[in-house]
Design a protein around this ligand. Structure first.
Ligand code: CTP
Length: 417
């Protein structure tokens, strides 16, 4: 079945690029229906969009004929994806606050379909605290944002705020259409959505879940570092499962080569201290799941230049310093997440060590992980879920299945509180 894009064009100088966008989307075999705000019609004409989309062009909510033939709800219902391009600072502000004072913003407030906003504006408007605040809100609400390009502006200034090239917008649209539609975090009544999230997870909708994943790299000198074998797969699978359950997910990741799961906000870090700072910056969170294999030690003094052999046959001394324990600090933090979960990578006496680790670090749960086999980098995992009250041993299963089951348990725990 042909997929349909509802393209909302708001009023900015970049509106003319939306015509090229329609042409490219049609070339991909997609159906495009255009909706122009009043101010967009000052920059581009509905006629041009009508010719290119081969469809009626929508604009004025109070056009009785339009509302009779196809109302604002219908416009949303018939779309697989809603794209706002260009999205002005003004329409982003309205979307973030839920203002619905014309057809475009009414559709955006009424929709339960995935929405991609492609901002374009003057560099100062982009960097304005109000716009940045609105973008945080929109992302938290599950709106996809394609960041603007940096370059020369129509107003003879230079900076971030240019509409990305139409081909780049098409690429993002194709990516979103391929992936299963993301439940918008703000939807609480999921009964009307076609792609409703699994209702057994309903307790996670809109909750903030913070996940750490991967190893950390601790530099010794500009070319060498201390690391471990963590691939990041388990943490990424947990972030993906939480996002699928409708949570707003922040994934703080050490250096790994894994794609960012859909709907997840990723913060890349390298060292344990950077991870600690990124975790604190992401607070508050309802749930924190610390899956990262944080290096316990770092070089006490990072050499500014590559360490050289001095000819004596003696290796250069390497003094170590202890890294902060992120999980333990979070347990004592003023903004301690309501549910704090750690992982315990163990090679022997897995449960005994993990039970002790849970109380030592002040976590609510510990997922004890037997890493004596090829778990680090492998696809399967054998874990035990340890709480104050119980120890549950799960059979060997894929890391994705562990993630799903853990998120189900998290959801159940939130429901019981
Ligand atoms: N962890 C952390 N910060 C550290 C070390 C570990 O947040 N500096 C977290 C891990 O993300 C994990 C849990 O603590 O959730 C346990 O990690 P693990 O490496 O098993 O524990 P260690 O503290 O390193 O204990 P040990 O080396 O004694 O096994």
């Amino acid at each position: 079945m042909t997929q349909r894009i509802l393209l909302i064009v708001s009023g900015g100088i970049a509106a003319y690029k939306a015509l090229e966008l329609v042409r490219l989307l049609k070339g991909k075999g997609l159906a495009v229906r255009a909706l122009l705000t009043d101010s967009a019609t000052k920059f581009v004409t509905p006629l041009s969009f009508g010719v290119l989309t081969e469809d009626h062009v929508y604009g004025d909510m109070f056009d009785l004929k339009e509302e009779r033939e196809i109302g604002h709800i219908q416009l949303s219902r018939e779309a697989d994806l809603i794209v706002v391009a260009p999205a002005t600072a003004n329409i982003l502000a309205k979307m973030a606050t839920g203002i619905a004072d014309d057809l475009a913003t009414t559709v955006l407030l009424a929709t339960d379909k995935p929405v991609l906003a492609v901002p374009a504006m003057n560099v100062r408007m982009w960097h304005h605290k109000a716009t940045q605040r609105n973008l945080v809100t929109l992302r938290a609400d599950g709106i996809h944002i394609l960041e603007p390009d940096v370059g020369a502006m129509a107003c003879n200034e230079w900076g971030k705020g240019r509409l990305p090239e139409p081909a780049a917008i098409v690429q993002e649209i194709e990516r979103l259409l391929v992936e299963a539609p993301q439940p918008a975090a703000l939807l609480t009544d999921t009964s009307r959505t076609i792609n409703a999230p699994d209702l057994s997870h309903a307790n996670l909708i809109g909750r903030h879940v913070l996940v750490t994943a991967g190893p950390t790299h601790e530099p010794i000198d500009p070319v060498r570092y201390i690391a471990n074998r963590s691939s990041g797969q388990q943490g990424f699978a947990i972030a993906a499962a939480a996002a699928q359950a409708g949570a707003r997910v922040t994934l703080v990741s050490g250096p790994v080569s894994l794609p960012t799961p859909r709907g997840v906000t990723r913060v890349n870090v390298e060292t344990a201290r950077e991870m600690m700072a990124a975790v604190e910056a992401a607070l508050p969170a309802d749930v924190a799941i610390m899956v990262a294999a944080v290096a316990d030690w770092r070089a006490a003094d990072e050499a500014g230049q590559k360490l050289k052999k001095d000819g004596s046959g003696q290796p250069a001394p390497l003094a170590l310093a202890e890294n902060p324990d992120i999980l333990a600090s979070l347990a004592r933090h003023a903004q301690r997440p309501g549910l704090l979960i750690g992982f315990a990578a163990e090679t022997e006496k897995v449960v005994d060590h993990a039970v002790a680790k849970r109380s030592r670090k002040g976590a609510d749960w510990i997922v004890a992980n037997d890493v004596s086999g090829d778990v680090m980098g492998g696809h399967n995992n054998v874990v035990h879920l340890i709480s104050e009250q119980a120890i549950e041993s799960w059979p060997e299963m894929s890391k994705a299945a562990v993630a799903k089951r853990l998120i189900e348990r998290v959801s159940g725990e939130l429901a019981s509180r």
